[in-house]
Ligand binder design. Structure first.
Ligand SMILES: Cc1cc2nc3c(=O)[nH]c(=O)nc-3n(C[C@H](O)[C@H](O)[C@H](O)COP(=O)(O)OP(=O)(O)OC[C@H]3O[C@@H](n4cnc5c(N)ncnc54)[C@H](O)[C@@H]3O)c2cc1C
Length: 342
């Protein structure tokens, strides 16, 4: 069985950032990715990741992945289905293959909440959608609704309007949009084809082969039924608990993996976690927080590997100091400047 110093499970910002750092620490690193790029790759245009004033989330993730692959991370496409802890040696099964690692970093993110209505599963992809970036272009010239009152819902309503939907209805359970970023709320106010229904929710999905309409809890001026071609569900997400459960790591009341914020260590020795699956930055879950946590988790995995005796049949990696790069960037730049001046 192939053995690694660090096995990273995930394919989002937290996982790829962890992979970049792990490789710079010379750790033999495996990354198992079920879906390329995680939520960021489907988030549309990103305007708050430092260094990029405006970048498509897909392109941002492509850059992170490219950087890690260049550094020599081993990539396996697939779902890590079973994780076992054998005395600080972790066995991970992906399909018919199995891998082992001295440490494991969980960066599995969150999964979308569903409306919980009958027909929701049957109409998935036939008018019920969970990603505006992916499916929005199919509804050019059509009537769509977004359900939710957070920042993702407001972003999606703006995005669907920009993608050419004829009419966008934002259905919000709360009385206001205070949970959304002011910049996204201001953009929404400027849209002529977006209307917002506050204090309302969908109670029934109507249609058999495809979604045709929805019934509202509280009738609007035009009645309790709205004809729609699609509903985009943006009502939050819950941390993916399967692998944390298999490893027996402690979760908080919201199902998030509890971590030490300084090290990203979980309650189980050798298991680290980063990104949206954790409680590291509370409810504030962003690409930049996920990437930062991936970096910290990889650093802790490196310290763990160097302080434990060889496990999984691997030798201890050589200690390369606290920072992995042989020459710190600041010093490299200073010496380059000196050379240019000379
Ligand atoms: C609509 C929307 C818009 C957003 N806009 C912004 C924004 O503008 N700016 C910003 O900073 N943030 C934004 N975010 C939040 C941001 O996308 C997340 O905070 C970020 O993606 C978290 O990264 P992550 O790596 O923790 O998890 P994720 O991106 O969720 O990645 C988790 C990955 O783990 C993989 N995975 C899960 N289980 C397994 C398994 N068993 N085996 C293998 N792989 C597995 C998944 O396939 C996925 O690739 C937005 C989110 C949404 C939904």
């Amino acid at each position: 069985m192939e053995a690694f110093d660090a096995i990273i499970v995930g394919g989002g910002a937290a996982a790829w950032s962890a992979a970049i750092y792990a490789r710079r620490y010379n750790l033999e690193t495996l990354l198992i990715e079920e879906e390329f790029g995680g939520e960021t790759s489907r988030a549309g245009i990103i305007e708050n990741y430092p260094g990029f004033a405006r970048i498509d989330g897909f392109d941002l993730m492509d850059k992170m992945k490219g950087q890690a692959v260049t550094l020599g991370v081993r990539l396996v496409d697939g779902r890590a289905a079973l994780v076992q802890n054998r005395y600080h040696c972790f066995r991970v099964r992906v399909g018919k293959d199995a891998f082992q690692g001295k440490t494991i970093i969980l960066a599995t993110g969150m999964e979308h909440r569903k409306l919980g209505l009958s027909k929701e599963d049957a109409l998935k992809g036939k008018g019920i959608h969970y990603c505006a970036t992916c499916d929005g272009p199919l509804f050019k010239g059509k009537r769509v609704a977004v359900v939710g009152g957070g920042d993702s819902a407001v972003k999606w309503a703006n995005q669907l309007s920009d993608m050419g939907a004829a009419q966008v209805t934002l259905i919000v359970r709360e009385p206001d949009l205070s949970r959304a970023e002011p910049i996204n709320r201001a953009r929404l106010e400027g849209k002529r084809n977006v209307d917002v229904l506050f204090g309302n929710e969908i109670v029934e999905l109507i249609g058999d082969a495809r979604l045709e309409a929805v019934r509202l809890k509280h009738p609007s001026e035009t009645g309790d039924r709205i004809a729609l071609d699609a509903v985009f569900v943006a009502i939050g997400a819950v941390p993916r608990g399967e692998l944390p459960g298999q490893l027996g790591v402690r979760l908080d009341a919201f199902g998030q993996v509890e971590v030490d914020p300084r090290t990203l260590a979980t309650s189980v020795d050798g298991v680290f976690a980063a990104g949206d699956v954790t409680n590291a930055s509370g409810a504030f879950k962003q690409i930049v927080t996920g990437a930062a946590q991936g970096a910290i988790a990889a650093t802790s995995a490196y310290h763990d590997v160097t302080t434990h005796p060889a496990t999984c049949g691997l030798h201890a990696v050589p200690v390369v100091g606290l920072l992995p790069a042989s020459t710190p960037p600041a010093r490299r730049r200073a010496s380059a400047t000196k050379k240019r001046r000379a």
